[in-house]
Design a protein around this ligand. Structure first.
Ligand code: SF4
Ligand code: MG
Length: 333
């Protein structure tokens, strides 16, 4: 295996005036070169905070308090801010949900792409413009020769996201982290952007981490999926394992809430709210919302149980020796 990124027991907390919010409570995963990994979870699951930890973009009062983040074998947590800036500019790029907040409204789209190109490559203005047009073509902007001189507000939401992808890719990153890149877009455009990311992964061999609250979004793009909840990985597997052989009740709940998969049935949202990470539950973080919760789930955090080399889930149901006494957590069964 050729590991591009490896997280080892990463814990990230926010030290607020109310106390320590344990946003990420011990996350380990890896990403191979050329691979696309999906990280799925509700807001507050720790999925974005994990990636901000990787990028070195945690805002005060956030801090990685434990663990290692190895990128090409080097611990990013040991890098200073200048080194991290270099890595972010050249090797790891990120795109976010709302391109309007990342694009500068007073400069043309072309200027912003050319700026990104000039930071990374020694090229003349004419060459930079030529490359910017190539990037716009690559991400599927129609008539790039004229569109390059447009301002962000003259682009549609989908085109702005394409422009953001062009900027992110102009440094030819080894890793592209996309955090809810399609959430603000309508369904048709969403599908187009996902297809674009999939094509680009194949064309330029960038590894991708796709972060989303919508399990449906990762199906076409990612070969592996991580499901996060309460600052922990609940389940990890190949996309096929997660979709067809889920082991964790939370993953099963997420699957029931995807419209496309259960056309006949009504959508079933998961009742309840995520745990308060100021006082994380001692047991399974999902216990308060789980249809299958047992006494032991409230008392002790389960280990990971593997059902194949790539597939693991954190749930007491998978431990045949666990005392299977159900409790009434108030969730409908
Ligand atoms: Fe549900 Fe218990 Fe499994 Fe947690 S450990 S998901 S509460 S059955
Ligand atoms: Mg987020």
């Amino acid at each position: 295996s050729d590991k591009l990124l490896e997280l080892k027991n990463v814990k990230t907390s926010f030290y607020t005036h109310l106390g320590e919010v344990q946003a990420v409570r011990g996350v380990s995963y890896h990403l191979e070169r050329g691979e696309a990994l999906g990280i799925v979870g509700e807001s507050g699951s720790g999925k974005s905070v994990t990636s901000m930890s990787v990028m070195g973009l945690l805002q005060h009062p956030g801090k990685v308090k434990e663990g290692e983040i190895l990128f090409k074998g080097e611990n990013l947590l040991k890098k200073n801010s200048k080194e991290m800036m270099n890595i972010r500019g050249n090797e790891i790029a990120m795109i976010f949900q709302d391109p309007m907040t990342s694009l500068n409204p007073v400069y043309t789209v072309g200027d912003q792409i050319m700026e990104a190109i000039k930071i990374h490559q020694k090229v003349s203005k004419d060459e930079a413009r030529k490359k910017a047009i190539e990037m716009l073509t690559l991400v599927g902007i129609p008539s790039p020769e004229t569109r390059i001189d447009n301002y962000p507000h003259e682009f549609s939401g989908g085109m702005r996201q394409r422009a953001m992808i062009a900027i992110a890719l102009s440094c030819k990153p080894d890793l592209l982290i996309a955090d809810e890149p399609t959430t603000a877009l309508d369904v048709t455009i969403q599908a187009q952007i996902l297809k674009l990311m999939k094509d680009l992964k194949e064309k330029i061999n960038t590894s991708i981490i796709l972060i989303t609250h919508d399990l449906g979004v990762v199906a076409d793009v990612c070969s592996r999926v991580i499901v996060m909840y309460g600052g922990l990985i609940m389940e990890e597997g190949t996309t096929e394992e997660i979709f067809y052989r889920p082991k964790h009740p939370y993953t099963m709940g997420l699957l029931k809430s995807i419209p496309k998969l259960v056309e006949e049935e009504r959508l079933i949202p998961i009742d309840g709210t995520p745990p308060d990470l100021l006082k994380p539950p001692v047991g399974c973080p999902f216990a308060a919302r789980c249809d299958y919760a047992m006494n032991i789930c409230l008392e002790e955090k389960p280990d990971y149980y593997s059902s194949s080399p790539n597939h693991r889930a954190m749930c007491w149901l998978l431990d045949e020796n666990a005392p299977h006494v159900e409790v009434d957590t108030g969730v409908r069964r």
